[in-house]
Design a protein around this ligand. Structure first.
Ligand code: NAD
Length: 414
């Protein structure tokens, strides 16, 4: 694996922490096991952008330098979580689980109870039968914020880490309606002190804790609360780099690569219908309208941006339990060519969700850790290619986004 440490400063020799909010979900589990397998040379670095040639010019930390921890609301061990992924989707081979089982206790020791405060009925229901008693306990908002950030600080100190990068991979929450309490950090702190629980969601509390502990943040889910204006103010004041939101891994990735073709050839797209089907826990959460809305908004926002004109679009997401993690999408594109002649293009996508997303989580952790070490702070627009809803917008065209990343890499090459 890429090890740019020889060219970098000596501080690159220290390990860094990767803290996953949602630490025992399908995506987090695949990322942890995948990283440990890569570090031991048990698998190839396929799907990792940071293992491609341009990134070898960066003094990135290796995956062997990563110490994992996280917050989770269910009492499940890594073995149980990995077993569930294997049973349902076979994406994590049992031989791999056995090969690294000697690390499981150590990896479980750094998972702490999270919070379910105002997570909404669907997430409460789906996590209920395995709920961790501490995550479920009644605690004031201020106490929760203090507990979460103290966990991050203790993790950093316990392992003598150079820094800790936080990645949010919890279940998709219902959108939070922003009001004056989210407009400034001062107003949000007042609401937290007054224990106004309707003003928060778990993702907001996690982002708050990350900023409080001085940790860079990667927001990989569509939950809007994590980037409330007051939270962005807190992250800016903490002078940490942050980026999001909603990892671009499947159907939307294809759209953002394909739509530019229609634009470049001056073909007029009239309609773009996209239907997604998925199973597993993520699918069960997205079956609820409130939670689904967040996802649909981030999946539907890119076509007009890329094509430059309004068009008829539709994004459907249906829960199909038997599919488990094998997300299936069918896209139907109706377009017009020379002489107004109408034609169609269709594609189907069948992707194992966590297999596509886990390497991105590892890429993002390494890149934002490097950005932090290089003194960068605030929104990291160069990482927009990884997201369905890039922070502060910008072009959605995958090719333009990749060029922005390569330009940044060239500027930082050592
Ligand atoms: N391709 C992908 O897999 C992909 C792409 C983009 C975004 N995402 C997003 O990533 C997230 C995780 O996806 P997944 O497939 O791993 O789902 P999952 O349901 O398997 O995992 C979510 C985990 O978060 C935990 N959790 C829920 N609420 C929590 C809270 N408040 N605090 C701590 N932990 C909490 C759950 O117990 C579960 O272990 C989802 O929001 C999903 O939409 C996934």
């Amino acid at each position: 694996l890429t090890d740019g440490r020889g060219a970098a400063d000596q501080s690159a020799r220290k390990r860094f922490g990767l803290w996953l909010f949602g630490a025992r979900g399908g995506l987090a589990t695949t990322a942890v096991l995948g990283a440990r397998a890569l570090a031991r040379g048990l698998t190839e670095p396929i799907g990792l952008v940071t293992e491609t040639a341009p990134c070898s010019a960066l003094a990135l930390r290796t995956l062997g330098d990563v110490v994992f921890g996280g917050h989770e609301v269910r009492s499940v061990s890594l073995r149980e979580a990995a077993g569930e992924v294997h049973r349902l989707s076979r994406t994590i081979p049992s031989a791999l689980i056995e090969a690294i089982h000697d690390e499981f206790d150590e990896l479980d020791a750094d998972v702490r109870p999270g919070t379910l405060t105002n997570a909404g009925a669907t997430i409460e229901r789906i996590t209920a039968d395995q709920l961790d008693p501490i995550a479920a306990a009644d605690e004031s908002l201020r106490a929760t914020c203090d507990r979460l950030s103290a966990d991050l600080v203790a993790f950093r100190e316990r392992h003598d880490l150079d820094g800790v990068v936080c990645v949010l991979v919890t279940s998709t929450e219902p959108q939070l309606r922003f009001d004056q309490r989210h407009a400034t950090l001062e107003a949000l702190d007042r609401a937290i002190d007054a224990d106004e629980r309707d003003a928060v969601r778990p993702s907001l509390l996690y982002a708050y804790a990350a900023a409080e502990a001085g940790c860079p943040l990667v927001h990989f889910t569509p939950s809007n609360a994590a980037f409330a204006p007051a939270i962005r103010e807190k992250l800016d004041r903490a002078a940490v780099p942050y980026v999001g939101s909603d990892g671009k891994t499947g159907e939307t990735l294809v759209k953002s690569a394909l739509a530019p073709m229609f634009r470049h050839r001056a073909l007029k797209v009239l309609s773009w219908q996209g239907y997604n089907m998925l199973g597993d826990r993520d699918g069960a959460v997205l079956a609820a309208d409130d939670n689904k809305r967040a996802k649909i908004e981030s999946k539907d926002s890119l076509l007009a941006n890329i094509l430059g004109y309004p068009l008829h679009t539709h994004v459907g997401i249906d829960y199909v339990p038997s599919l488990d993690d094998l997300k299936t999408a069918w896209d139907f594109i109706h377009f017009e060519g020379f002489l107004g002649h109408r034609m169609t293009m269709q594609f189907t996508w069948q992707g194992a969700d966590a297999i596509l997303a886990a390497p991105l989580v590892l890429d993002l952790a390494r890149l934002i850790e490097f950005a932090h070490r290089s003194g960068e702070k605030g929104p990291q627009h160069q990482l927009a290619c990884f997201f369905k809803r890039p922070i502060d917008g910008g072009p959605h065209d995958l090719h333009m986004q990749m060029q922005a990343l390569w330009d940044w890499v060239a500027q930082h090459a050592s």
